[in-house]
Design a protein around this ligand. Structure first.
Ligand code: CTP
Length: 245
């Protein structure tokens, strides 16, 4: 995981001491479309210190007893917008955008609940926010500087999801299929796919689309430079020309 969390000198100042507002990228797409892979590829290619990755999964609401029972028999709809604590999400994203330190809940897909400990995150130069419904709330949309939709074939998404839910999320085949057919698939059609209209860029096939990743990285570099942020390479060259003290 190449995500870098920061402490110490605020990273949102450029070398001239001017404040640089973080660039916030929103990545949206159906379940198992490869959102995280796209985010990781962008981070790998960005020549920028202090990039942070935030997942919408951290903001799943705490379930009551009845909802928890439903979740255990694959009858709770985790793909509906109401499943997320949007108020907390907006608060966290707003603070990160202001360069402030935040405590982010840690979600456990096996227990369908939040862990007791939280994860501390700090302001960054680039913040990537990914999830199935990142473009659903108008308040969240306002915080995003660039919106990417990952559009991956539904058969591929289902195949990946089956593998992942069974091997990593403690599920069994029948339950995964029941949840997929009754909730994941209809919610994709009703709530996720329509938000594609908000995207600045649609990335077919996800993380393997090198051309799309390259174009996205170029745009982020340009935007940061316009904000007065110097890239690592530029910084290194400017130091190279200076006489040794
Ligand atoms: N989900 C679940 N059980 C929970 C909470 C969420 O099964 N207790 C499922 C929801 O049905 C939702 C999915 O988790 O569809 C959201 O995670 P997803 O977007 O699939 O995970 P990522 O790893 O972020 O996806 P990607 O492969 O695109 O990176």
């Amino acid at each position: 995981n190449r995500t870098i969390y920061t402490a110490g000198r605020p990273p949102w100042y450029n070398c001239a001491g001017q404040q640089v507002e973080p660039f916030v990228i929103g990545i949206c797409g159906g379940s198992a479309s490869g959102k995280t892979t796209v985010a990781e590829k962008i981070i790998e290619s960005l020549d920028v210190p202090w990039v942070t990755l935030l997942s919408m999964d951290c903001f799943y609401k705490i379930l009551n007893e009845k909802q928890h029972e439903q979740a255990l028999i694959n009858e709770y709809n985790f793909d509906h917008p109401d499943a997320f604590d949007i108020e907390l999400l907006v608060d966290v994203l707003t603070k990160l955008k202001e360069g402030r330190k935040v405590e982010v809940p840690v979600y456990n897909f096996v227990t369908h609940g939040r862990e007791t400990q939280t994860k501390t995150m700090y302001g960054a130069n680039v913040i990537i926010f990914e999830g199935i419904l990142t473009f659903h709330s108008p308040e969240v949309l306002k915080l995003l500087d660039m919106k990417i939709f990952v559009d991956t074939d539904p058969d591929i998404r289902l195949a990946r999801r089956l593998k992942r839910d069974i091997s990593q999320r403690g599920r069994e085949l029948r339950g995964v299929l029941k949840q997929y057919l009754n909730m994941v698939k209809p919610s994709y059609a009703n709530y996720i796919a329509p938000t594609m209209a908000h995207a600045d860029i649609i990335v077919p096939r996800g993380g393997e689309n090198k051309v799309a990743i390259h174009l996205i990285v170029q745009h982020v570099h340009t935007q940061l430079q316009l904000r007065g942020f110097k890239l690592r390479e530029t910084l290194a060259n400017s130091y190279k020309d200076q006489p040794m003290p």
